[in-house]
Ligand binder design. Structure first.
Ligand SMILES: [Zn+2]
Length: 103
């Protein structure tokens, strides 16, 4: 990668920008989120944050809903095997949520 491009990205990062796992449609550079706006650090192309983050946000919503429903079931469950099953489901859901945060 060209030094100039790297310097621009560093500038954005230092200004509090967050690098996103999304690439610019125009130049292929990484997109950065800063003050609620998503912008390409290389060519300045702007993207709508809602549009870019939507799929992951939806997954997160579903996982949270799932977690709530599992907790409800767990509260009512008296069977040992089913309780273990529910706990395993909760664990997997939490792991999936954790992975979303890392991205
Ligand atoms: Zn770009």
């Amino acid at each position: 990668m060209e030094e100039k491009k790297v310097a621009k990205m560093v500038d954005v990062l230092l200004a509090g920008g967050k690098m996103l796992p999304v690439h610019c449609a125009k130049c292929g550079g990484p997109l950065f989120e800063r003050e609620g706006k998503v912008e390409c650090a290389v060519c300045g192309e702007k993207a709508k944050p809602e549009a870019k983050a939507e799929p992951l946000r939806r997954v997160e919503e579903v996982l949270h809903a799932k977690l709530n429903s599992l907790a409800e079931q767990l509260a009512k469950e008296t069977d040992y095997t089913k309780t273990l099953e529910l706990l395993n489901n909760i664990k997997s859901t939490l792991e999936a949520l954790e992975k979303l945060k890392v991205r």
